[in-house]
Design a protein around this ligand. Structure first.
Ligand code: UD1
Length: 428
């Protein structure tokens, strides 16, 4: 079994460069299905979710060529397969974007029920409601290997109001609607940076999408989309993870290749805690300085521009290193505290206050000295939190199930080592 072996005790210092955004890449790669000529995708992170998405596209008939470490040429004009039942589909949440892209281009798709990190129920009703309002019929077969089917003779623009803000549904409906006849309006749309990135990509291809990044997105259908060269945005959550790691170890470092605006919900909390932040807008970098004491705060996750749910586990560790008692409330997912028992192995003082489902919250008593532990990653971001926790101890720790972490963190060992961490991958 592969594990990370980490010897903690040193503040993280130096600099780290942020890779392309996972959540953009896994939507933009299937979006190439909508183009009538090849696309060049730049700033693509080398992570297993991205590799899996490329493999799925290749099995569907596309040609994928790696031009350099972060650049790929994707020719999806040769995609013929619309029955997408490959094993990679069931392991990844983002495979639901194949539904929107195939529906938009081929007017039919049968896709294995997507998998991914488990935080309780992960419904797709809003995606299906959106497809229906564009004129498509859908069905979901039951059982272990459930398949989602969508098809239509033609797509016609529609109006979709989302009672819950959903990133996945907003992006999937955009994919299905770009080539529909007439205009589609998505109300209460998600405003995450990757929603805007997908809209920018599609607009460069010739789409007509207005309002991405606001809660009303208007899509006027076009007949054709052409291939483009496009560079995806830096990863907001990867940047936030390294900022939090540097702060939790009382280090100081420069986080490079970021878009400062995307990080506001994260660094504003660091500032509230008394951690020094300075932004260099000319160089697209941010400096975190946590060499002095910092104090606890309250954090509630929410859709963008609220505090991201994907930063919640990493902030638990940061609060454990702060002075005072911090509170974490999770308001996006029903059950995203499964990892807490793993962090408690380090001696972290975390109490789950049970109320009911989404109203549960964590009380984190800071300032306790942590000890080395054998932890098991329970999902991608919880795995990142365990790395940070291990770095905050004075001892040796191991983390297993590292495949979760490799789904979303590019060159994770190399980047932490560049910051002075003692971390290695071992075969146990
Ligand atoms: C969510 C996060 C995203 C993060 C990702 C992985 C938000 C708003 N979204 O995106 O930033 O990168 O998790 O951790 O923070 N929902 C429905 N019906 C649907 C779809 C979703 O009710 O059809 C609900 C979900 O149960 C959840 C909420 O909407 O409570 C947000 O889900 P959604 O944004 O779709 O999830 P992701 O796209 O995975």
């Amino acid at each position: 079994m592969r594990k990370f072996l980490i010897k903690g005790g040193k503040p993280l210092c130096g600099e780290v460069s942020i890779s392309g955004a996972k959540n953009s890449a896994v939507a933009i790669i299937p979006a190439t299905i909508l183009a009538d000529s090849p696309c060049i995708l730049e700033n693509i992170p080398d992570i297993s979710d991205v590799q899996a998405m490329f493999e799925i596209l290749e099995q569907m008939g596309a040609t994928v060529e790696r031009l350099d470490a972060t650049t790929y040429k994707v020719d999806a004009t040769t995609v013929t397969i619309t029955n997408v039942f490959f094993p990679q589909v069931g392991n990844m949440r983002a495979s639901y974007y194949l539904l929107g892209a195939l529906l938009g281009q081929k007017h039919t798709a049968n896709v294995l029920m997507p998998g991914g990190c488990e935080f309780g129920e992960r419904p797709i009703n809003l995606h299906l409601k959106g497809f229906k309002s564009l004129g498509a019929d859908y069905s979901v077969s039951g059982g272990l290997n459930a398949v989602i089917s969508v098809q239509t003779e033609k797509l016609v623009g529609g109006y979709i109001y989302m009672d819950v803000v959903s990133v996945g549904a907003t992006m999937n409906i955009m994919l299905a609607a770009v080539k529909a006849e007439g205009t589609t309006v998505i109300e209460n749309a998600a405003r995450e940076p990757h929603v805007v990135d997908l809209a920018n990509f599609l607009n460069m291809m010739g789409a007509n999408i207005k309002g991405a990044g606001t809660s009303t997105v208007k899509i006027t259908g076009v007949k054709e989309l052409h291939g483009v060269t496009y560079s995806i945005i830096p990863d907001q959550i990867e940047a936030g993870t390294y900022m939090t790691a540097v702060a939790a170890t009382h280090g100081t470092a420069v986080i490079k290749n970021i878009i400062p605006k995307h990080l506001e919900p994260i660094f504003s909390k660091l500032v509230d805690m008394g951690i020094k932040i300075s932004i260099n807008y000319d160089e697209d970098s941010i400096t975190v300085d946590a060499t002095e004491k910092f104090h606890a705060c309250d954090v509630t996750t929410a859709p963008h521009p609220g505090f991201p749910t994907d930063m919640q586990p990493q902030f638990v560790v940061l609060l454990a290193m702060a002075e005072g008692t911090g509170i974490i409330r999770e308001q996006v997912w029903e059950s995203r505290f499964q990892y807490v028992s793993e962090l408690q192995k380090t001696g972290m003082n975390i109490v789950i206050q049970s109320v009911k489902k989404k109203d549960d919250f964590l009380l984190i008593q800071g300032g306790k000295k942590l000890k080395g532990a054998e932890m098991t990653a329970t999902d991608l971001r919880a795995g990142a939190a365990m790395i940070i926790a291990a770095l905050c101890t004075d001892a040796e720790s191991t983390i297993s199930n590292i495949n979760f972490i490799e789904r979303g963190y590019d060159c994770v060992i190399e980047k932490f080592r560049n910051l002075g961490a003692d971390i290695q991958r071992i075969e146990d």
